[in-house]
Design a protein around this ligand. Structure first.
Ligand code: X8Z
Ligand code: ZN
Length: 613
């Protein structure tokens, strides 16, 4: 395949020959016909779409193989494929600049030109050696994360992230939690210099395509200016912060009862290893410690999954069943043949869950290391949300094969899980016995939901706050770790359980940093999913409180959802949002409505406490 810029160069050479001929002729040769720029632009994006489909398929194939079997060879192979894509994109994006500001472009062409410039979250410099270095750094960092293990001082008794996460979720022993936390965070220390180089090189790549830095490129993907987008995320955070503060205050009070006020003092951030999760991003695992009404009905789906010996395929089929209940098509049979559902015993893999369309033609897969837990059941729905988005837009040109914005992609599966409650679990046999309906049971349920979805909000916000500052040069390698903890303290109200230094690289202990996946998408998704849920409930004709609504089995809701999924990235995201919800702004009022009963209860509980940190 010939990259488009090679063709352009050839055309340019021809024009030069005829020009020199004109100088020697008796009569001036007729002027070349004026360029039809709109038509050229259209032809250009057509060609780019075709080229990218081939290149991205090769890249995704190499990435799939690497992610499901990490070796030096598969890493190198993936790095090569990435390098080829990087080289093509830096050429094509530069070529596309000739169409900037050209009048008369059709809307699709104009949009695809913009999307092309934003299409890589890791743009490379045009210098070949630098590009090669960037590609190999990216592959290496992701591999380091995937293979990382915490071993004891003698190098024995190694534990991987899955094992350490189990400790983080289940143990209530301060020291045991600390060892698991510290063990994992130590694995990221060697990533620090590699990450510094990776950000310098991709920043240089971003500058070559006229962004001030990589953060500006990332913030440009939202149909508004980067500054407007940053202000928008701040506005959304301010909408939800009071609810987070109420939850933080209550949870800290309860953790005090378990670990003592000396370990969890009032007015101070919570030690980051006590919240049931390696990154304190979702707190569901501490539910038993904070349960509002012990003994009242609550869900323990994990226990049932284990008791009834559910395997991974059965869990995935349950997830698929939610989507088909809405009238969406079953997943292709190849999905079940090609996916990785469980962790292979005999090789290293990247366990962090992801969803794929390897050929951009409905070759759907998930890659997970599923265990019979409620957390994994929720993640399955999340991943299938990605797969169903892919399934609905795979006939569009590849530049449109994306979510309306990346937050939309992350929100689909989660929005459907908002319809999953006791009724649903009872129907599918995961909640045996009679279920109680009472105000107390509702608060228990909402608490569990909030530990997942409300606790996450500041985490979703601060990660890119850190990276935006790194890319802008406000945070340098000398203060990576200090800046990381400053933001965690400010947004999450958590603190490191032991002193940290600039020898540590705690950011690297979170998948999306070494893998270079932008993170604001998850913050947006936690807000959008409630907006989607509210809209789907309205279509389904449900008029009760938002937390009580379920759209399971509702075909009208399904049709409305499909109409948005089919748009892909063809239209600006406010158009897609309007198609589903009638609204054109991201807005957290749906989330606040949903949690209104819990927030009232929390405020009551927190009376007389000194909240904040
Ligand atoms: O990375 C993910 C998904 C894949 S897109 C499993 N999530 C974020 C995380 O794990 O940090 C989903 C929730 C937030
Ligand atoms: Zn996702």
């Amino acid at each position: 395949m010939i990259p488009f810029r090679t063709l352009l160069a050839a055309a340019g050479a021809t024009a030069l020959v005829s020009c020199s001929h004109a100088q020697t002729a008796q009569r001036p040769a007729p002027l070349p016909p004026p360029r039809d720029m709109p038509a050229e632009a259209k032809a250009f994006v057509d060609k780019v779409n075709k080229d990218l489909k081939v290149l991205w398929t090769k890249q995704a194939t190499a990435e799939w193989v690497k992610n499901t079997h990490i070796t030096d060879d598969t890493e190198r192979n993936a790095a090569w494929a990435n390098e080829t894509v990087m080289a093509y994109l830096s050429g094509a994006i530069k070529d596309s600049l000739q169409f900037q500001g050209v009048a008369g472009l059709d809307a699709d062409t104009q949009r695809m030109l913009n999307l092309l410039r934003l299409s890589s979250s890791l743009p490379a410099p045009s210098d070949e050696a630098q590009r090669g270095e960037l590609a190999s750094l990216a592959a290496k960092l992701e591999g380091m994360y995937g293979k990382a293990k915490a071993c004891d001082a003698s190098g024995n008794n190694c534990r991987d992230l899955e094992q350490l996460s189990e400790v983080m979720g289940k143990s209530r022993k301060y020291g045991e939690l600390l060892a698991a936390w510290q063990g994992w965070h130590d694995t990221a220390r060697p990533m620090r210099p590699l990450y510094a180089k990776l950000s310098a090189l991709s920043n240089a790549g971003a500058r070559e395509i006229n962004f001030q830095n990589l953060g500006e490129l990332w913030r440009s993907g939202y149909d508004m200016t980067p500054a407007e987008f940053e202000a928008e995320t701040d506005r959304l955070w301010q909408q939800v912060k009071p609810l987070y503060d109420d939850l933080h205050c209550y949870v800290r009070g309860r953790l005090q009862k378990t670990y003592g006020a000396d370990k969890v003092p009032d007015g101070q951030p919570i030690p980051a290893h006590l919240l049931g999760n390696m990154w304190a991003q979702e707190w569901t695992n501490v539910y038993p410690l904070v349960e509002p009404f012990p003994g009242q009905a609550s869900l323990d789906v994990g226990k049932e999954l284990v008791k009834q010996k559910w395997d991974a395929v059965r869990m995935v089929k349950l997830g698929e069943g939610f989507f088909t209940s809405l009238g969406l098509k079953p997943l292709p049979q190849t999905f079940y043949e090609r996916s990785q559902f469980t962790k292979p015993r005999d090789r290293e893999v990247v366990c962090h869950a992801s969803a794929w369309d390897v050929t951009y033609e409905n070759d759907l897969r998930v890659k997970m290391c599923i265990k019979p837990t409620e957390e994994d059941l929720v993640t399955i729905h999340h991943e299938l949300g990605h797969n169903y988005y892919y399934a609905h837009y795979h006939t569009l040109p590849v530049l449109f094969q994306q979510g309306a914005n990346d937050g939309f992609h992350e929100a689909i599966g989660d929005a459907l899980v908002l319809s999953v409650g006791p009724d649903y679990y009872q129907k599918v046999g995961l909640l045996p016995g009679k279920r109680a309906e009472s105000d107390k049971a509702l608060i228990n349920l909402q608490m569990k939901d909030a530990l997942e979805r409300v606790a996450f909000l500041p985490f979703g916000k601060f990660i890119d706050q850190w990276r935006w500052d790194v890319f802008a040069g406000k945070v340098t390698e000398e203060n990576y770790n200090a800046a990381w903890w400053e933001l965690r303290r400010k947004y999450q109200g958590v603190a490191p359980p032991v002193a940290r230094s600039e020898g540590d690289f705690d950011a690297g202990a979170k998948y999306h940093i070494p893998s270079n996946v932008p993170y604001t998408r998850y913050f947006l998704a936690r807000i959008l999913q409630f907006q989607f849920h509210r809209a789907l409930c309205k279509v389904a004709g449900q008029t009760g409180p938002l937390h009580a609504c379920s759209v399971y089995g509702n075909k009208q809701a399904g049709a409305k959802l499909q109409a948005m999924l089919e748009m892909g990235a063809r239209k600006p995201w406010p158009d897609a949002l309007e198609a589903l919800t009638g609204e054109r702004q991201m807005d957290a009022t749906a989330l606040l409505d949903y949690f209104a009963p819990l927030q009232t209860w929390l405020k009551e509980q927190n009376k007389g406490r000194s909240c904040g940190w």
